[in-house]
Design a protein around this ligand. Structure first.
Ligand code: SIN
Length: 305
């Protein structure tokens, strides 16, 4: 009998799917609802030190191949968000607090605040491609990634994950740096920097002009990144980018992911996508004689790492 449960850096998950940061994760209640729908863990909306309104509208464009967003990291600030974490904990699945900051000190402070609020792990957003002063601006070089991870990990007791950008010449160099800095795992990938133009208005559609592309269009990029990272680090990889089905999730696992995150498909299909993905993964495992997800991690690397 196959089972989907996984242990990710000590986080016990009933299945390897997580809600990716940014969709239905702004309130404790919505996070509980997504967990009830089947997610094995929840990543919160990225939270900063102060309340932030984000970019103006339009901030999301629906494309045939996915979504382009430039929300601009809107959030109520860590102090107010701590209450949402406490509410989310009622879900009974690991809650991973996502944080963004403009400096190492700010990131480290937010990381500790997330731990105090009860988060079971922290995800450093080092990869938002369009918020000036944040995200990729702290995560685009191996030196910066290593340093911010080391500082954030200093007094942290819960696992630390670094969410990496694909908008780089070498994502594996960033993953190696995160591991050197003490990250317990890496999350790959955040969105690809892109643009959509209205031919009628003859201007970019997003108020911010550029945004992050997510959804099915980026799955091949995400898979390539996870595959490359798996060859470079020993720490677990959480795969994200365009997962809509059990087969998509299994592709990420075979590339080297120990768990996966789903975001855009929650927007397009609703939270029911988690139970669908899990059902399809389990059916594949039963049909092909795999008992645990771990047996499938990295199998696309013939001959091992
Ligand atoms: C946003 O809030 O603009 C998206 C965050 C991200 O891409 O990391």
């Amino acid at each position: 009998m196959a089972r989907l449960s996984v242990d990710l850096c000590g986080l016990r998950m009933k299945n390897p799917t997580m809600l990716a940061s940014g969709v239905l994760d702004e309130t404790g209640k919505s996070m509980v609802a997504v967990a009830k729908a089947g997610a094995g863990a929840i990543v919160t909306k990225s939270v900063g030190r102060e309340p932030r309104p984000g970019h103006g509208n339009p901030c999301v464009v629906e494309l045939e191949c996915g979504l382009l967003n430039a929300m601009g990291l809107p959030n109520p600030g860590i102090e107010a968000f701590a209450q949402e974490i406490r509410e989310a904990k009622k879900a009974g699945v690991p809650i991973i607090g996502s944080v963004f900051g403009g400096s190492e000190d700010e990131m480290a402070g937010l990381t500790m605040a997330m731990q105090r609020a009860g988060a079971d792990a922290v995800e450093l957003n080092l990869s938002c491609p369009h918020a000036r002063g944040y995200g990729t601006e702290l995560g685009s070089t191996p030196e910066a990634v290593e340093s911010v991870c080391r500082r954030a990990k200093q007094d942290l007791k819960v696992p630390l994950f670094a969410k990496l950008t694909p908008n780089t010449p070498s994502i594996s160099a960033l993953a190696v740096a995160a591991a050197h800095g003490g990250a317990d795992g890496v999350v790959a990938i955040n969105t690809l920097k892109g643009m959509a133009i209205s031919t009628e208005a003859r201007m970019p559609i997003l108020a911010n002009k550029v945004g992050g592309l997510s959804g099915p269009a980026i799955k091949p990029v995400g898979l390539r990144c996870v595959y490359e990272i798996y060859d470079s680090v020993e720490i677990p990889i959480i795969g994200v980018g365009g997962i809509c089905s059990g087969r998509d999730a299994l592709e990420y696992v075979m590339a080297g992911a120990s768990a996966v995150q789903i975001g855009t498909a929650v927007w397009t299909e609703g939270p029911g996508v988690f139970s669908k993905v899990c059902r399809e993964m389990l059916a594949f495992m039963e049909e092909n004689g795999f008992k645990t997800v771990g047996e499938l991690v990295g199998v696309a690397h013939a001959g091992g790492r």
